[in-house]
Design a protein around this ligand. Structure first.
Ligand code: 9D3
Length: 234
């Protein structure tokens, strides 16, 4: 079982995504256990502050190191022997890839830290964070949605999380496998608004269907994501 602890100022944001979908099923099946921790509960100074002004001046607030260190200490105490791998969701992190998701899914204990201000005191990062992860080059309001993205991507890779009909082995972007975009798919009825399903898909010729699908996947990839084809032998 994979333990995922999440430290955040907004634990209530996680209720929806974690109570529906594959994540909820995986938790019910004891493939994953997710625990949320309110950072404010670890602010023990006189004013229960979690943030303060940046030294040297400038806009916005900075998350204080001490409450974050206390929160991590608390989680570590509940996970003795597991030595959680600490991931800070951060715009300064390395961009998340399927390869990294697959590696993280093999950990026994993950501790995700969500920032929500202009920054985080560097001493917390230096002392307690193993890696910083970004989900892409756009600006969000905090690390909570990136943490949900990471949990979703990891959970579906846990053995038994997907039905037998699906297999994570077939994922696009999986290294050594088929790193192409999926081509167009269709279902009933055969005509919608005067538009027909391509004849080949109704032909029953499985070899030809396979060839057509691959060709469509390559065409779409060349059009939309040519960089995925750079190391592709076609
Ligand atoms: C002043 C410069 N900004 C840093 C690039 C400030 C800033 C913007 C957004 C600080 C924090 C945030 C909140 N975002 C995240 O915490 C975050 C994030 C994101 O914004 N995009 C993609 N991945 C991530 S992971 C965490």
């Amino acid at each position: 079982m994979l333990h995922i602890d999440i430290v955040t100022l907004f634990p209530e944001m996680f209720a929806g995504p974690f109570s529906a979908s594959i994540v909820a099923r995986a938790a019910a099946a004891d493939l994953v256990q997710i625990e949320l921790h309110q950072l404010r509960d670890f602010a023990h100074d006189r004013h229960n502050r979690v943030d303060d002004e940046p030294f040297g001046g400038g806009p916005g607030m900075v998350l204080k190191a001490q409450p974050l260190l206390k929160a991590i200490e608390h989680v570590r105490a509940t996970r003795t022997g597991l030595d959680p791998h600490v991931v800070l969701l951060s715009p300064q992190g390395k961009k998340l890839t399927h390869t990294r998701v697959a590696e993280l899914s093999k950990e026994r204990s993950l501790l995700l830290v969500c920032g929500h201000y202009e920054g985080i005191d560097q001493r917390f990062i230096d002392l307690a964070v193993d890696e910083e992860v970004s989900i892409g080059d756009y600006v969000l309001t905090g690390g909570e949605i990136p943490a949900m993205v990471l949990v979703d991507a990891i959970t579906r890779l846990l053995p038994g999380a997907l039905g037998d009909e699906q297999s994570a082995e077939l994922d696009s972007f999986a290294p050594g496998l088929d790193a192409l975009l999926q081509g167009p798919v269709y279902t009933r009825p055969p005509e919608v608004a005067g538009m027909q399903v391509p004849d080949v898909l109704l032909s029953g010729d499985h070899a030809q269907i396979e060839r057509w699908r691959r060709e469509q996947a390559v065409l779409r990839t060349r059009e939309r994501r040519p960089e995925l084809l750079e190391d592709w032998p076609e």
